[in-house]
Design a protein around this ligand. Structure first.
Ligand code: NAI
Length: 504
């Protein structure tokens, strides 16, 4: 691994990763060194990943690694392994969340020498996905609620949406992107995705020169396959952004060509979209292009645009001449190892591609050849970010969630008895989100987990009570049933803060 002993320049925390990570990271740093990047940056190795998990560290990173990354403000990382199922959390997700790298910018474009159905049809692609990086189901808030039911909470906040949308529009403005789309599923998840879309529209008002559009995520997937060139930038909630960006990678030749930047206010993380590729790890045959491109995003983030452009032109030149690893390219050209692939790029440093436009290289002294990024001061405390501070809120009831194998009618009878002498009436029983009482269909199958909804009786008005009466009601329910969870029903500035059941 390439490091330097003294701190003579900007320090970057460096985590090579697992699987193919060390191979592609070494290759990338070798290229960067040849381009003079190491005159400006000091790459400081930090311990993160599988070997740290194996030592029983459940975060997958040492205290020293955390300290160095927080001091540096920039982490360049290779892919890291996440065990499927079990209790082990993804270190990749932990890093993004812990350091509040709230926006994941992923860029996709047609590259010379990388054959795709679109490149064959003469269609050049160049677009970005901005994925919200902190919230959504990636909170990993999961519980087993009954014998048969497991829940994952999907959390979407207004300030979380605002941060990612603002980042998307600011990036679009800087890059000259003319239109930004919001991808969502607000037709079904009217409140969570509805908020994501509403905050997108609110953020757009500060960027009047940028056209906006919104698209339902399933239609987006089809449109992307049929006519991807209609998109320049799409901003999406976390899970949808994750899926759509792998689809996007497929459009430009595969995961080997998909770089990403996880941007936060204080700490940013640069990494390829792909994983550890265990099937080819240790064989010196992985394609380092995605990590190189992620590194170029990092160099530009830091202000080293000249170095980034010189490396990018050499990469483009090599690709157009048929330099390739085994996962892509012209079968008539030889397959190169990871190290030889990079050697060919190094040999072309200083030259420019002929078949595609070269990237502008700023003149020496014209900016772009020294680090201009300054690390923001370390936050003194965990900030509470807010979008809506002054809202009038009134309690109107509660949803109580029960672990019971009873029938819907039996549940309703019990609940009506429980609420008899309270300010609440039973208004709904639902199972898996579908209303099963007071009306329902005998075709609806039920499982052992119910929601029962209690709302204020007609002689009470919103605001007559705080939540204490609801808690007292839950106490009464808990005398006979296992209460798994409880949600307060409130109106916010007169608007219901809860959804209706399917069929209600
Ligand atoms: P993967 O991206 O590692 O591999 C999928 C397929 O793409 C494999 O056939 C692999 O050989 C190929 N591939 C990926 N990168 C390549 C490259 N640079 N050159 C040539 N071929 C490449 O996805 P998979 O197998 O689902 O995940 C493996 C592990 O990686 C898992 O533990 C997963 O959690 C982790 N992962 C880590 C990520 C990160 O660190 N940001 C992101 C995605 C997955």
């Amino acid at each position: 691994m390439t490091t330097s002993a003294t701190v003579k320049s900007t320090r970057i925390a460096l985590a090579p990763g697992d699987g193919i990570g060390p191979e592609i990271m070494n290759a990338t740093l070798d290229l960067f060194k040849a381009a003079g990047v190491h005159d400006h940056l000091e790459f400081h190795p930090v311990e993160m990943g599988a070997s740290i998990f194996a030592k029983g560290n459940s975060r997958g990173m040492t205290e020293e690694a955390i300290k160095i990354t927080e001091e540096a403000g920039v982490l360049f990382k290779g892919p890291m392994e996440t065990p499927k199922g079990g209790g082990g959390k993804s270190i990749n997700v932990t890093a993004r969340k812990m350091w509040n790298a709230f926006a994941n910018l992923r860029t996709f474009r047609t590259l010379p020498g990388v054959s795709t159905p679109y490149s064959k049809a003469g269609i050049n692609l160049n677009f970005s996905i901005v994925r919200e990086n902190i919230e959504d189901t990636y909170g990993g808030v999961e519980h087993r609620l009954s014998n048969d039911m497991i829940q994952c909470k999907r959390l979407i906040s207004a300030p979380g949406c605002d941060e990612v949308h603002r980042f998307a529009f600011q990036t679009a403005r800087r890059q000259g992107v003319k239109k930004v789309h919001c991808g969502h599923k607000a037709n079904i998840m009217k409140m969570t995705d509805g908020l994501f879309l509403e905050r997108f529209k609110a953020a757009a008002k500060d960027f009047p020169e940028i056209e906006t559009g919104d698209v339902i995520v399933d239609a987006l997937c089809m449109n992307m396959v049929v006519k991807p060139q209609q998109y320049q930038m799409v901003v999406l909630p976390n899970l949808q952004g994750d899926i759509v960006s792998d689809l996007a990678a497929g459009l430009v030749g595969g995961l080997g060509f998909a770089p990403s930047a996880n941007i936060g206010k204080h700490i940013s993380i640069f990494e390829a979209v792909h994983g550890t590729a265990p099937d080819i790890a240790g064989q010196n045959k992985a394609n380092p292009t995605a990590l190189i491109l992620s590194g170029l995003m990092m160099l530009r983030h830091l202000g080293l645009a000249r170095h980034a452009s010189i490396i990018e032109n050499a990469l483009l030149k090599a690709l157009e001449e048929g330099v390739r690893t085994g996962d892509f390219g012209d079968p008539a050209k030889p397959v190169l190892s990871t190290t030889d692939f990079v050697k060919h790029i190094k040999d072309r440093l200083g030259s420019k591609p002929a078949t595609v436009p070269a990237v502008d290289v700023p003149e020496t002294g014209a900016g772009g050849d020294k680090v201009t990024w300054t690390k923001p001061p370390r936050p003194q405390h965990q900030e509470v970010i807010r979008t809506f501070a002054n809202v009038v809120r009134h309690v109107v009831g509660c949803d109580i969630y029960l672990d019971t194998p009873l029938s819907p009618v039996a549940v309703a009878e019990e609940m009506q008895r429980v609420c008899q002498d309270t300010p609440f009436k039973l208004s709904l029983v639902s199972n898996r989100g579908t209303q099963v009482w007071p009306t329902g269909s005998s075709f609806t199958e039920c499982v052992d987990y119910y929601r029962v909804r209690f709302e204020l009786r007609e002689d009470h008005r919103p605001g007559d009570f705080g939540q204490a009466r609801c808690v007292a009601l839950m106490d009464k329910v808990a005398e006979k049933f296992v209460v798994c969870s409880y949600e307060l029903l409130r109106v916010f500035d007169g608007v219901k803060g809860y959804s209706l059941a399917q069929g209600q």
